[in-house]
Design a protein around this ligand. Sequence first.
Ligand SMILES: NC(=O)c1ccc[n+]([C@@H]2O[C@H](COP(=O)([O-])OP(=O)(O)OC[C@H]3O[C@@H](n4cnc5c(N)ncnc54)[C@H](OP(=O)(O)O)[C@@H]3O)[C@@H](O)[C@H]2O)c1
Length: 280
Amino acid sequence: MNGKLVADEIKSRVRSEVEKHSKKPLLACVVVDGNKASDIYVASKQRACEECGLRSKVLRLSEDVTEVDLENELNLLNADDEVSAILLQLPLPSHLNSAHALNVINPEKDVDCLTDKNLGKLLAGTASFAPCTATGIIKLLLHYGVKIEGKRAVVVGRSLLVGKSVACLLEQRNATVTLCHSHTKNLKDITSQADILVVAIGRAKFVTAEFVKEGAVVIDVGINRIDGKLFGDVDFDSVKEKASYLTPVPGGVGPLTVACLMENTLTLAKRQLGKTVDNF
Ligand SMILES: NC(=O)c1ccc[n+]([C@@H]2O[C@H](COP(=O)([O-])OP(=O)(O)OC[C@H]3O[C@@H](n4cnc5c(N)ncnc54)[C@H](OP(=O)(O)O)[C@@H]3O)[C@@H](O)[C@H]2O)c1
């Protein structure tokens, strides 16, 4: 599955809509220093904003920023009418509580849908947008005509950012979903029953062919850097022989996450202008 191709389509749709707006939406990314990968991700998000005609700004905070200072900065962005959307780049250093910090973001500007209010709407099925990675995965499945309804989906990894939110979206599209994690017993027995298998655990090449049912659709969310090279959570070479569809790393879910971030930024900007939106 070519995530980049689908991401390019989404970005070009965003771009043509942004061109119609006289005031370009502004995405503010907040990065706390200390994680090299975060710098790479934020740079790619800025590039995507340029491609889509969106404005962006990056607020860089030092590694030892206090929780209070981080919250103050987020509140300044909440109060800034120029800012349409706020992204707090995760992970944060261990002295900061991500859940507390995320909940400081005004839900109307919460572009990754990670405040308790927006997650509650996601769970209730009343959200008009969802976390970017989970949204990207659903868009990829739809693009390739993968039927979700009635299928057995297994999601490995239960973070709010990825696992839980994609499990929720798959369930809302009438898949029968099993959510697995590090305490799951007999993981292979469960994953090998999946018609759709989503893996988001952060362990390079963990899922090999024996975890996968013949003909399954396998979505590899993992991004693991080893000696400067990127690897997914799925062992691509062994699983490609068995899967009907498989996402590569890089070039799979990653570009879709960024494209959906652009789309969510536009969605929030439109909502702030009182326009109706539907991202799905
Ligand atoms: N492509 C993208 O755009 C994108 C976006 C976000 C994240 N990612 C990547 O996706 C991966 C996961 O990210 P995340 O933020 O969800 O990570 P996370 O918050 O660290 O969560 C990892 C999850 O995997 C589970 N897990 C870990 N080892 C396991 C094992 N051996 N068997 C079963 N479950 C296991 C953990 O279980 P417990 O809950 O029991 O600890 C946890 O639920 C990372 O590689 C990250 O870089 C990619």
